[in-house]
Design a protein around this ligand. Structure first.
Ligand code: MN
Length: 406
């Protein structure tokens, strides 16, 4: 259950919803424990946004760009504020849907999907586990934002069951691989951003153009099969170990909503190359949490337990650098392309964004209620990622992304 205060008038995150009464998909913004049906609002001529009329995805709205995004946001804030007329207010009320009764869909048709590797703590933690006798950080890390292209067709909304993948793995001590269900199923706690209008082929986007090109953020769970990954990842990187499912939170929180939570970036040494420098800081103070509920906990009505808490602010590579880097060779990005930040981890125990880090690859299993332990995920386990930015009375919820292993 998401606290209605997470979706106040300063947030207004965008999604695609359907109601039980008629399963027609329509654009909406979350508002408290309600959602405002934007198609209905346009129909009542209370909102002027043609790309939202009859829309079943937000791709056309993302293509409209910053001017349109801001006009819609300003209009909604006006309609929800004290300056609106009583006719306008009753019109908005007529467009409200109870949020709990809605089915949430993918907010966009995801075009390309890229996942970065932008937490230096995560890269260091993983380097220590995977290459125990070598320098944990590879020499390119502090120069180039590392990433890979993932599979957009398996990006799914929160709540979608996650089927344990089969794949090739090399059993310990064996000299030949086997094809079997993954025994090291894991999560990656990430955030992600959706591209706006995009660029023309051959025209890089500068690091300072974030506001024009990034519509907003979601939470991302980049499900990962570590045994499959360990066998397949060299020399070209992740492939089937990650392409079976990537879950996202359903409400996209805009850059303007998160603007009060931008903070200075961590120190970087050496200084990045000029094309990776932005004039403003693009780190965000967003608190993140990972929770786990096992089938036994569910049977005994025990609430999910927190297994990790971390913060988005320490990322080595920011959205500005990811945007500039991914287009620096002239590659195109298009409205609705999704970019994951990479696993968000700290160094202390309990701040890591994956089980492989939290349990040292299963060697130190987590202790759970009722005497249960977990090295990696078992069938029936539910993982929930939550995000929230709070400062004084200002509060912006990212909502949550949940998935259960089947
Ligand atoms: Mn990832």
């Amino acid at each position: 259950m998401i606290d209605p205060r997470d979706y106040g008038p300063d947030n207004l995150p965008f999604g695609i919803v359907s109601a039980a009464s008629d399963d027609r998909r329509r654009p909406a913004v979350a508002y408290g424990d309600q959602a405002i049906d934007l198609d209905a609002l346009v129909g009542r001529k209370l909102l002027d946004a043609e790309s939202l009329r009859g829309a079943t995805t937000l791709n056309d709205f993302l293509a409209d760009g910053l001017g349109a995004w801001r006009a819609v946001r300003a209009r909604l804030q006006y309609l929800l504020g004290s300056s609106a007329s009583s006719d306008e207010r009753s019109g908005v009320t007529a467009c409200m849907l109870a949020r709990d009764a809605l089915t949430m869909h993918l907010p966009v048709v995801v075009g390309d999907y890229v996942d970065f590797y932008s937490s230096i703590e995560h890269a260091t933690n993983l380097g220590r586990i995977l290459r125990p006798n070598a320098e944990p950080l590879l020499p390119n890390y502090r120069h180039v934002p590392i990433g890979y292209h993932g599979r957009s067709a398996t990006v799914v909304p929160s709540g979608t069951p996650i089927r344990r993948p089969h794949g090739q793995r090399l059993p310990p001590g064996a000299n030949a691989p086997e094809f079997a269900p993954s025994a090291m199923l894991d999560v990656e706690l990430e955030m992600g951003w959706f591209a706006g209008p995009g660029n023309a082929l051959g025209e890089p986007i500068p690091a300072d153009a974030v506001r024009e090109h990034v519509f907003g953020y979601v939470l991302v769970n980049d499900w990962s099969a570590r045994d499959i990954q360990a066998w397949e990842y060299q020399p070209l990187g992740p492939f089937l170990a990650k392409s079976f499912a990537t879950s996202i939170s359903p409400w996209i929180v805009t850059l303007d909503a998160l603007e009060p939570f931008r903070v200075s970036e961590p120190a970087r040494e050496p200084e990045p190359l000029p094309y990776l420098r932005a004039n403003e800081p693009w780190a965000y103070d967003v608190e993140l949490e990972m929770l786990l509920q096992t089938p036994r906990m569910r049977e005994r009505a025990l609430a999910p337990v927190s297994v990790s808490r971390t913060n988005f602010r320490a990322m080595y590579w920011t959205v500005a650098q990811q945007l500039a880097h991914v287009t620096s060779n002239g590659a195109r990005i298009r409205p609705g392309d999704l970019f994951g930040t990479g696993t968000i981890s700290g160094t202390p125990q309990g701040t890591q964004g994956s089980f492989i880090e939290l349990t040292a690859r299963g060697a130190n299993p987590l202790s759970l209620p009722e005497g249960e332990t977990r090295g990696f995920l078992e069938d029936g386990d539910t993982v929930i990622l939550r995000g929230r930015a709070v400062r004084g009375s200002a509060r912006i919820g990212l909502g949550e992304v949940a998935g259960t292993i089947v």
